[in-house]
Design a protein around this ligand. Structure first.
Ligand SMILES: [Ca+2]
Ligand SMILES: [Ca+2]
Length: 432
């Protein structure tokens, strides 16, 4: 639309100029001018549509549609013909001006949406839809590098998540919902309602509640995977309630290299990590949140059926308030904060996990900000002292790991620009 108004802007003055001096123009000349004007307008309008969509781009992989504003974000759902196209966020988008009932859910999306490490904040959705409710309804494509800040979803029906209602054999990578408030009927998760695709390096914080199949990150996993992901969201529901996932229901379901730390409250099939492992594998994961339920309730997993397997996983018996679990090994808080608890279970502290021993539980390496030099428990005074000791150092290069990592912008020296980056990470914290 911006290009359209610019075009009108160009032609406006031309038309005014010709009509200002009618006495100096003959009827024949006026006729020629009008024809010229019409031809020019026709050429302009016929050339416009491809450029006028969203904030530019043509929707291909090399030239994705660009999204700058909330109105452009909300336009995607109104254009079904674009649901198989490529999109990229260019700036952080604040959607607070779009009312919860005015958002156009993007249905059956099979394209690619690259958040470009930008955020969509204050997305609210109030819906009476029967199924597949979220920023995206159903996704068979790819969504990556996107942060949702304070999404607020109040929906009925099944398959409800802040980002996606139903991830249908698509994939999402590096997507987090922070401060999410999500509620729905069943198959409800802080990020995704029902998952039959791949979720990698994703996370959620906030609160989630629903009747059944409720998880801090995902409501239920079918033939899908969740790996290297976390949730600290508090979760409450009735049946199949888990800190990370409500239920895993398929032979191919997988939960690996994950953790959950939120409070979990339910009645039946309630677990700190997964409410019920009906089928599939859950391994190399842990949970620490307080868990309460009336039956089939466990520290890590509430209930595991014959076709479900839980291995190489742990829960904190003290913080969970649960001494038993339908899978996993219970450990004290002190033990849960020692590398040697996890090493015998073949956990990878080189490429996947990191731990600040005796101070915190393991965290996923991808979560750790660059300025968290010492102990990945967050950026704090310990890291600042380390940074300050390197200030003004020169000759930072790959051979000295850029002055032990403190030359954050790899400029060769540690100076005020690195301090600015450090301060930014400090403010953001490790898992806010
Ligand atoms: Ca630290
Ligand atoms: Ca530098």
């Amino acid at each position: 639309m911006a290009n359209l108004s610019k075009t009108f802007g160009l032609f406006g003055p031309l038309y005014l100029t010709t009509s200002k001096h009618p006495q100096s123009v003959t009827d024949k000349q006026r006729g020629k001018l009008t024809t010229l004007l019409l031809v020019s307008l026709t050429i302009c309008f016929s050339a416009l549509p491809a450029q006028a969509k969203y904030g530019g781009g043509s929707g291909t992989a090399n030239d994705p549609y660009r999204i700058y504003r909330a109105e452009e974000m909300n336009a995607i759902g109104a254009n079904p013909g674009d649901w198989n196209k490529h999109f990229m966020l260019i700036e952080d988008v604040n959607m607070s001006d779009i009312a919860g009932t005015d958002y156009n859910v993007i249905e059956t999306f099979t394209g690619t949406f690259d958040g470009n490490d930008c955020t969509i904040s204050n997305f609210t959705l109030t819906s009476t839809r029967q199924e597949n409710t979220g920023l995206f309804g159903t996704v068979g494509g790819e969504i990556k590098n996107l942060g949702l800040l304070n999404p607020d979803i109040f929906a009925q029906g099944r398959n409800v998540g802040s980002l996606i209602g139903y991830l249908n054999h698509g994939s999402i990578t590096n997507c987090c919902a922070k401060g999410a408030v999500v509620s729905g009927g069943s198959y409800v998760g802080g990020l995704v309602g029902l998952n039959t695709g791949n979720i990698t390096k994703c996370g959620s914080t906030g609160s989630v509640w629903a009747d059944a199949y409720v998880g801090g990150l995902v409501g239920q996993i079918g033939d899908g995977k969740v790996t290297m992901s976390y949730s600290t969201a508090s979760v409450s529901g009735n049946r199949n309630v888990g800190g990370l996932v409500g239920k895993t229901g398929n032979e191919a379901s997988e939960v690996t290299h994950c953790y959950a730390a939120g409070t979990v409250t339910g009645s039946t099939y309630v677990g700190g990590l997964v409410g019920q492992v009906e089928r599939g594998n859950t391994y190399k994961s842990y949970s620490t949140g307080s868990v309460s339920g009336s039956q089939y309730t466990g520290g890590l997993v509430g209930y595991t059926r014959v076709l479900g397997r839980v291995a190489q996983s742990f829960w904190d018996t003290q913080t969970s308030g649960q001494t038993t679990s339908a899978g996993g090994t219970g450990k004290t808080t002190v033990q849960m904060q020692l590398r040697n608890t996890f090493i015998p279970a073949a956990w990878d502290f080189w490429n996947t996990w990191e731990i600040c021993e005796e101070m915190n539980y393991p965290v996923l390496q991808w979560q750790i900000p660059v300025a968290d030099f010492r102990c990945p428990d967050g950026v704090n005074f310990i890291d600042f002292a380390f940074f300050a000791a390197h200030l003004n150092q020169r000759h930072c290069n790959p051979s000295n790991n850029y002055c032990d990592g403190t030359d954050l912008n790899h400029s060769g020296l540690v100076d005020s620009l690195d301090l600015a980056i450090f301060a930014d990470d400090w403010l953001q914290g490790v898992r806010n």
